[in-house]
Design a protein around this ligand. Structure first.
Ligand code: ATP
Length: 411
C-alpha cells in the first residue's frame, strides 16, 4: 500500500506537467500562426482533419449527374427522374410533384416528379445512397440547369459506378415499359432540342387492316427484334432495324407507324430532314434520341440526299422511312443494310375490305359483300377512301350501298 502511494504522481506534479504542456502548445500555436504561411497552414490543417475524420468517419463521395451531357439529354439523369419517384417512402420531405398533361385521358396515370433540394434515400445491396435534385438559373435556354447529387461512402463508389448505375438504367427502363402514354417528339431547330407531346394515335395491329400473312410476318420480326439484344451483340451489329413503308397515299403507312409504336411501346421521333442544316447537325440530332424508340422520316423520296449519312447508334431503335413513290428512291437508300424490311402498303383487297367493314359496321356478312368484293379486285381503292365511307353511318345497308357507288365510280 505504501509503495503504491509512493509511485502515484502528486497533484502538484500533474499540475506542473499540465502547465508545461499548455505553455509548449501555446508556443507551438504562436510559431505556427506567425511563421508558417497561411496556405501551408490550411494544407496542414486539412490533412490533419482528413486523417482524423477518415479514421473515425467514412468519407463521402458525390456523383454529379447533370440533365445534359455533351449538349444531349443525359440518360442517367433521365433514368433517375423515372426511378426516384418510385421510392416514395424514402423521400425526406414527404412531398412529390404530381402532374398530368394528358387532357384527353383523365384516367391516365399522372407523371411524378421530385421536388428540388429534397433528399431521397436509396438502398442498394446494403449500401446507403442519398439523392438530391438541384436546380440553378442559367442565362441560356431553358434558363435553368438541373442536376442530381448522388452521395455514398467513398470506398463504395466503384461498386456504384459498375453495378448501381446499371441497376438504375434497367429499373427505369422497366418502369417506362409499363408506362402507358407514349410520346411523339419533333425537332425544334431554334432551340436545338426535341419537343414532345403525348402520342394519341390509337391504331393497333388489331385495328390496322392488312393481309394476315403480312401482319404475322411484321409481328414476328418486331418480337425477334425486341428480344434480339444478345443476338445483335453476338454478330457485332448495332441493335437497330430499318423499315421502308411504301405505297399510295391513304394505304395506311402512318397508321402502320402508330401500330408499331403502340405494339413496341416506343416513343416516336419525327424529323423533317429538310430542316436539318448539315451532317453534323443530323448526327447530333440522332445521338440525342433515347433508346427504345422509332426514328421516323416521312416522304423520304422528297427529302433524301444520297450524300447524307443517316446512321443510328444507341440501342433498340427502329428507323422507319415512308414513301408514296418507291421508284423515285435513290438506289443507295435501297441497298441491303440500309432498310431491313420493305413493306408494301397496298390498295384494298377483299380481305382488307372485309376487315374494315367488320371493324366499322360490326358485321361479318352482307348481301352486298359479293358485288363489293368483285369491284375491289378491279379498281384501286385505298383503305382511307373505304373507311371514309364506312364512318358516315352505322346503318350497314346505307354504308355499303354508298361504298358500292364509290367503287363503281372508279371503274
Ligand atoms: N390499313 C388500314 N387499316 C385501317 N385503317 C386505315 C388503313 N389505311 C388507312 N386507314 C385509315 O385511313 C386514314 C389515313 O391513312 P394513313 O394516314 O395511315 O395513310 P398514309 O398511307 O400514311 O397516307 P399518306 O401517304 O397520305 O400520309 C387513317 O387514319 C385510317 O383511319
Amino acid at each position: 500500500m505504501a509503495s503504491l502511494c509512493n509511485k502515484a504522481p502528486s497533484v502538484s506534479a500533474v499540475f506542473s506537467l499540465y502547465t508545461s504542456f499548455s505553455a509548449i502548445m501555446m508556443l507551438f500555436r504562436t510559431i505556427f500562426n506567425d511563421i508558417v504561411p497561411k496556405r501551408i497552414q490550411d494544407y496542414i490543417t486539412g490533412k490533419v482533419v482528413d486523417f482524423v475524420f477518415s479514421s473515425y468517419l467514412p468519407s463521402i463521395f458525390t456523383f454529379l449527374i447533370e440533365e445534359e451531357c455533351d449538349f444531349f439529354k443525359n440518360t442517367t439523369f433521365h433514368a433517375a427522374e423515372v426511378y426516384l419517384p418510385t421510392l416514395l417512402s424514402r423521400l425526406s420531405s414527404g412531398k412529390l410533384i404530381v402532374g398530368s398533361s394528358n387532357l384527353k385521358n383523365p384516367e391516365a396515370q399522372p407523371k411524378l416528379g421530385i421536388p428540388i433540394d429534397t433528399k431521397i434515400n436509396d438502398e442498394f445491396e446494403g449500401i446507403h445512397l442519398e439523392w438530391t435534385l438541384h436546380s440553378v438559373e442559367t442565362k441560356n435556354f431553358p434558363n435553368r440547369k438541373r442536376f442530381f447529387h448522388l452521395t455514398c461512402e467513398k470506398e463504395l463508389c466503384k461498386k456504384i459506378m459498375t453495378e448501381y448505375f446499371t441497376y438504375l438504367a434497367k429499373t427505369a427502363d422497366n418502369i417506362l415499359r409499363q408506362c402507358e402514354s407514349l410520346k411523339i417528339y419533333t425537332y425544334n431547330r431554334q432551340y436545338s432540342c426535341w419537343l414532345s407531346t403525348i402520342f394519341e394515335h390509337h391504331m393497333t395491329f388489331d385495328t390496322l387492316a392488312i393481309e394476315s400473312h403480312l401482319k404475322t410476318s411484321i409481328l414476328d420480326d418486331l418480337d425477334a427484334f425486341s428480344q434480339g439484344k444478345d443476338f445483335y451483340k453476338s454478330v457485332g451489329r448495332t441493335w437497330k432495324r430499318g423499315y421502308l413503308l411504301y405505297g399510295p397515299s391513304g394505304t395506311g403507312k402512318t397508321s402502320m407507324v402508330a401500330a408499331i409504336a403502340n405494339y413496341m411501346k416506343y416513343d416516336i421521333y419525327d424529323i423533317q430532314l429538310q430542316s436539318v442544316k448539315d451532317d453534323g447537325e443530323l448526327q447530333r440530332i440522332l445521338t440525342s434520341i433515347q433508346n427504345r424508340s422509332i426514328f421516323l422520316i416521312e416522304d423520304i423520296d422528297c427529302v433524301y440526299d444520297a450524300s447524307r449519312q443517316v446512321s443510328l447508334s444507341g440501342e433498340e431503335r427502329i428507323i422507319i422511312f415512308t414513301t408514296n413513290h418507291k421508284e423515285k428512291l435513290d438506289p443507295a437508300l435501297l441497298r441491303p443494310g440500309r432498310m431491313d424490311i420493305h413493306i408494301h402498303m397496298d390498295y384494298c383487297t377483299p380481305y382488307v375490305l372485309k376487315k374494315l367493314v367488320a371493324l366499322y359496321l360490326k358485321i361479318d356478312d352482307h348481301a352486298l359483300f359479293g358485288p363489293i368484293k368483285k369491284l375491289v379486285l378491279k379498281v384501286s381503292a385505298t383503305p382511307a377512301e373505304v373507311t371514309q365511307q364506312l364512318i358516315v353511318t352505322k346503318n350497314a345497308n346505307i354504308a355499303l350501298k354508298d361504298l358500292l357507288r364509290l367503287l363503281e365510280t372508279k371503274t
